[in-house]
Design a protein around this ligand. Sequence first.
Ligand code: NAI
Length: 364
Amino acid sequence: MAHQVTLIPGDGIGPEISDAMREVVAATGVRIDWHVQTAGAAVMEREGTPLPERVLDSVRETGTAIKGPVTTPVGSGFRSVNVALRRAFDLYACVRPCLSMPGDGSRYDDVDLVIVRENTEDLYAGIEFDEGTDGARQIMATVEAAGAGTIKPDSAISLKPISVSGSERIVRYAFDYARANGRHKVTAVHKANIMKCTDGLFLHTAERVAADYPEIEFDARIVDATCMGLVQHPEDFDVLVLPNLYGDIVSDLCAGLVGGLGLAPGSNIGANQAIFEATHGSAPDIAGKDIANPTAMILSAAMMLDHLGEGAAAANIRIAVREVLAAGKQVTADIRRSLTGSFDGAVGTRAYGAAVAEAVARLS
Ligand code: NAI
């Protein structure tokens, strides 16, 4: 029976990399009924919202979606489609594996780690007050009345809520992921030496949850030291679990360890829905030119196939990507430049996708 999957191609380079991804998935032989749903700026013009109810209904119905990047114009009052999707389905776990590939053009060849980022709380909860507003003034008064210090009157304020329940479910997710995927260590990343209440709560919750998984090693590191450690010795890390803001920043750092955003897949997982997507944005500077690297989208599809119970097909996609990158002959411009310092000899999005699809077909 065919799997039902919602495909949101996105905009910018989204439609091009989605086409390449579909060709590669088709080559695995796994049957998928794609429910294609448009979202984003063009949809906003036609339907008055960048994320119409029909998109949400489709994801609710299929339970599994893969999406291309969607542009979020700065300062337009335009709601971020990504944030709205994460909120609508309470997609609390953002999972981003970072695995070195031969020929990925990076400085390392032995990175194999997984970022598990909490997706719903922290400074990204969206609770913000502009300078000079009643909300900001009320918080200043509350802080002062509680004897917790004073805030300069010309301040804007963001709140950082971190809950026991939110921390527990993300840390449990990280340990369950480690257990299911044969990983041996989980590192909780925090700044509890300074933020003793919020990050302290995250750390203590992580320590408590870790006791339920005695076969998996647990350690805790401060976020700044973690960044240095990742750059110096990425091989020391296995699964990292982080609150939202640190997770966002550290996952881009880790993408840089394995060849950059064009190669970094990701997923956003909730109790009932999962949405897979590349880590990068819509790259308007190269959109429509057949030069974008579709690897992150293709590897996101491999994560999706794992999620659908199609592990063999997922493995074949990863092997095929490794083969094509290692051969170094049919690679996109970003990879070519990392390898040789020049764009000469690069192939386009379509040709690269076709090369990976051909390798997948041979393996399947
Ligand atoms: P970006 O990731 O789109 O681009 C950053 C740089 O990386 C650009 O030079 C771009 O050409 C290059 N790049 C990105 N993906 C690439 C690929 N697959 N192959 C080759 N080169 C690639 O980040 P930027 O410019 O900050 O964001 C552009 C738009 O995307 C913004 O509106 C932003 O809000 C949106 N965005 C959407 C995301 C999503 O839908 N998940 C995630 C991040 C940003």
